[in-house]
Design a protein around this ligand. Structure first.
Ligand SMILES: Nc1ncnc2c1ncn2[C@@H]1O[C@H](COP(=O)(O)OP(=O)(O)O)[C@@H](O)[C@H]1O
Ligand SMILES: [Mg+2]
Length: 399
């Protein structure tokens, strides 16, 4: 078995266990790099050939030295970023070690909200009006021409962290003043009220192999800032699905994405009825969205992605399974209980639990859309009563 290709995986958060297991099952030798702080998480040790711990995956040149040191005696066929925060460090390592896969220029489009805005606009995709929160004249011009409110958002955070809704030019200037030199790491954009959709895809050789379209029950910013149960469900209306699937392929083309998974978001603007590109990441959707996709299609995106990476590493072709098409829904909330008891949520539509300390989460699937709606609404209500708690929003990801 000495010719098993080696896949190096970086994870600065505890996630991707299905990916690690599927890589191992598909015949790769899997090496995991994670943070010391996450040493005791339940990583799938049976699937790992080796595991190394670092204090941080984002401190340079330490990361480059550490991975280059390993590469003295190991040959990495692929390097994979399991978490969104690892996308750019991994792109840099690929370039440094000349390992195939997404490089730094493309990686930026999947990580930096300003880069993705600029490129999407250049390629004719509708985006909210925006400006880099840097040049005084450009910001004043934006404030004069675009109606309030505006969102000030960090270019490289996730999960709605650090996003501020601002209502007056004074608010904007004051907030920028407080950011000091950090303001160049932000962009300012038009606030578009409306439903937020997400498209979760798997791309092979620049073509979308499969993608699901889902709609968040309430926009993620509202859930993050005001609390409540996070709900998302697959969309069956082809009038919504078809344009969003088209857009997703257009994004893949515009951003030069070749192989891997995508999680793209779009806003349906209530004011003009049009769709606007919100953001895209080269990762599996968080908060249990992988289980939503699995419930709807029968395919878990972590597993399909692992099979694709191993095929690329081994130089073989990858075949993708036929997909189911069920209606699926996901609900997750912060829970008062460390291990909430979901025993009473036993409708036949329940396909999976999202297990994480101090969270309650369930996935539902059905062939009958009305039935799915009924159970989803009922359970959302019961989650709010039995489990729901809130936590103050953060400005950035905790170290
Ligand atoms: N221009 C906008 N107009 C309206 N809502 C927005 C806008 N930008 C962001 N939001 C809200 O903030 C959430 C997070 O923004 P997003 O750009 O997706 O960053 P993140 O990486 O934090 O998810 C969105 O899901 C949406 O609810
Ligand atoms: Mg988002």
């Amino acid at each position: 078995m000495s010719d098993r290709p080696t896949i190096l995986c970086l994870a600065s958060y505890f996630k991707g266990t299905r990916f690690l297991e599927a890589c191992n099952e598909a015949g790769a030798k899997v090496i995991l790099i994670t943070r010391e702080k996450l040493a005791h998480e339940p990583w799938p040790h049976h699937a790992l050939a080796e595991r190394f711990l670092l204090p941080s995956l984002h401190t340079q040149p330490d990361l480059t030295y550490a991975i280059s040191y390993l590469a003295r005696t190991r040959s990495f066929a692929r390097i994979v970023a399991l978490d969104e925060y690892d996308t750019l460090p991994v792109a840099m390592l690929r370039e440094h070690l000349r390992i195939p896969g997404m490089g730094e220029t493309t990686g930026r489009f999947f990580r930096d909200k300003l880069a993705m805005r600029v490129r999407a606009q250049e390629r004719g995709l509708a985006v909210p009006a925006f400006v880099h929160a840097l040049n005084q004249t450009a910001i004043q011009h934006f404030l004069d021409g675009v109606a309030a409110p505006w969102v000030l958002k960090p270019r490289t955070e996730a999960s709605a962290m650090g996003i501020k809704l601002l209502h007056s030019p004074e608010d904007v200037w004051h907030t920028l003043e407080q950011l000091g030199d950090r303001r160049a790491y932000f962009l300012l954009e038009e606030f578009l009220p409306g439903t937020v959709f997400h498209v979760d895809g798997l791309v092979s050789n620049k073509k979308v192999q499969f993608a699901t379209v889902s709609a968040y029950g309430r926009p993620p910013l509202n859930v993050y800032q005001d609390g409540g149960v996070f709900v998302t469900r697959t969309v069956s209306d082809s009038q919504i699905k078809a344009p969003l699937l088209d857009w997703h392929q257009t994004l893949v083309d515009a951003f030069g994405f070749v192989d891997g998974v995508t999680h793209a978001e779009f806003i349906h603007n209530e004011a003009d009825g049009r769709y606007y590109f919100l953001e895209v990441a080269a990762r599996v959707g968080g908060a249990g969205i992988d289980l939503l996709v699995e419930a709807a299609t029968g395919v878990n995106p972590w597993v399909a992605w692992a099979q694709l990476e191993v095929a690329r590493a081994a130089g073989t072709t990858c075949t993708f399974p036929a997909l189911d098409s069920k209606h699926a829904g996901l609900l997750v909330c912060l829970a008062r209980q460390q291990n909430p008891d979901l025993g009473a949520f036993n409708a036949p539509e329940v396909t999976a639990h999202v297990s994480k300390p101090y969270h309650a989460g369930l996935v539902l699937a059905s062939d009958d859309e009305n039935r799915l709606s009924t159970v989803l609404e009922l359970y959302t209500q019961r989650f709010a009563e039995e489990f729901l708690t809130t936590r103050p929003p953060l400005d950035k990801a905790p170290e």
